[in-house]
Design a protein around this ligand. Structure first.
Ligand code: GLY
Length: 428
């Protein structure tokens, strides 16, 4: 099988690395890919957000399966265009991708199907939103409705910050994405992500993971795309796990009942409240960096699982998970998530990977003329360690991190530390 993967981050490097383990895969193309994917697959040039271009490229190169990594091509309907051209495609079409592309759509879907989530109101005018804020007060969450490259959500602990967030949206800070604004209940508790393969009504959940979204230790600083993650999540009770799986099942059934042909990943972002798990967000794709700790533990033919999902045969596949722990530390460029320099030579990747159970996925890298890695993004590398228990996986991940360096590299030193202290660490 020849597979085309769209995207160029750590998630896509993890997807490509897993695909090439599949006996059925002969060849993987990645567009645009990164410095890491270049060493195990073929980086290709095609505009990943242009459905017609991707379809033509896939037909020209004899691609048997297209796997769409990021949200933007999904929301742009690339899966529809490629499927219409007759190429099996892993990823929902534009109708299904609205679950991530429109927070209002997602909330309304949840309300229609009785999915537990915080209260929310949406507004298309600034005055109405500000009046509502005055009524509900803070803490409160303000969200731009559309895709805003992970920057459209403000958790406002005071009313001044909430009002500013509303004004920013309507002033066009997030373009069209901010022309509708959601004001949502602030919920507190540990967060947990569960991704599931979905084709129609068949839902096959993956192992739970917990992301660390804030830039700095102690969950301080600005929100990022994710600074580290681990899987499984020791603080989740069996009852909470069952409740989250029930939500994913009911959401898939709800999508299908509304005529949406959903084939890909349904990502549930949950918060574990005193009243049980509630949905913070849904995404229409593999999480990043969640994928980097989930896929290494997957047993079975990954390419077959993706092809089966794309062609409505998920119920026939066999999927299981290795009984291991995985911890991922994200290494970032100084300044991220704000401005940062690029082109810094990276040292020590091979040395880190020589440690048993360690994998280094590239997220934002390129290669120089001699094939040596350079920084090319905010999140640069994802250092993943597998271990027989949580403590050894965490320890091994940081041992590997110490072997890697570049000028102005930074990372969080506390990935998994809170969970290692137990559930009470969220009560303090
Ligand atoms: N890790 C968060 C996300 O993938 O959206």
């Amino acid at each position: 099988m020849r597979v085309l993967v769209l995207g160029g981050g750590g998630r896509e490097h993890a997807i490509v690395a897993k695909l090439i383990e599949s006996p059925s895969v002969e060849d993987v193309l990645v567009a645009p890919g990164n410095g890491g994917t270049a060493s195990v697959a073929t980086n290709a040039t095609v505009n990943a957000e242009d459905g017609a271009a991707v379809a033509a490229f896939a037909l020209d190169r004899g691609v048997d399966l297209v796997v769409i990594g990021p949200e933007a091509p999904l929301v742009a309907g690339v899966a529809d265009a490629v499927r219409d051209a007759g190429v099996p495609t892993f990823g929902p079409g534009a109708a299904g991708a609205r679950i991530e592309g429109s927070k209002r759509f997602a909330k309304e879907l949840m309300v229609r199907h009785g999915i537990p989530t915080g209260f929310s109101e949406s507004f298309t005018d600034e005055a109405g939103a500000l009046d509502y804020l005055a009524e509900v007060g803070a803490p409160i969450v303000v969200k731009a409705d559309g895709l805003a490259a992970g920057k459209g959500v403000t958790v406002a602990m005071d009313i001044h910050t909430a009002r500013e967030a509303v004004r920013d949206c309507f002033a066009g800070m997030f373009g069209e994405a901010g022309s509708t604004v959601l004001i949502e209940e602030f919920l507190s508790g540990p967060e947990c992500s569960i991704l599931a393969f979905v084709d129609g009504a068949t839902v096959v959940p993956m192992a739970p993971a917990q992301d660390h979204k804030r830039a700095f230790d102690g969950d301080e600083g600005p929100n990022t795309g994710g600074m580290g993650v681990y899987s499984p999540v020791p603080i989740v009770t069996d009852g909470e796990h069952a409740a989250m799986l029930d939500v994913l099942e009911r959401t898939a059934v709800g999508l299908r009942s509304e005529g949406i042909d959903y084939r890909g990943v349904l990502y549930g972002g949950f918060i574990l409240t005193d009243e049980g798990p509630k949905v913070l967000e849904f995404n229409a794709r593999f999480g990043d960096p969640e994928t980097q700790v989930v896929l290494p533990r997957l047993e079975g033919d990954f390419a077959e699982i993706l092809l089966a999902t794309a062609t409505d045969r998920l119920a026939d596949t066999s999927i299981s998970w290795r009984d291991e722990w995985a911890v991922c530390v994200v290494l970032a460029s100084g300044g991220y998530p704000g401005d940062y320099a690029k082109g810094k030579p990276i040292r020590g990747i091979a040395d880190a990977e020589s440690l048993s159970g360690v994998i280094v996925y590239h997220a934002g890298t390129s290669l120089d003329g001699r094939g040596a890695p350079l920084t090319a993004g905010g999140r640069v590398l994802n250092v993943v360690a597998l271990g027989s228990d949580f403590a050894s996986a965490r320890e091994r991940a940081y041992e590997a991190v110490e072997r890697i360096s570049w000028d102005e590299m930074f990372f969080r030193t506390d990935i998994g530390a809170r969970a290692a202290r137990g559930r009470s660490a969220w009560e303090a």
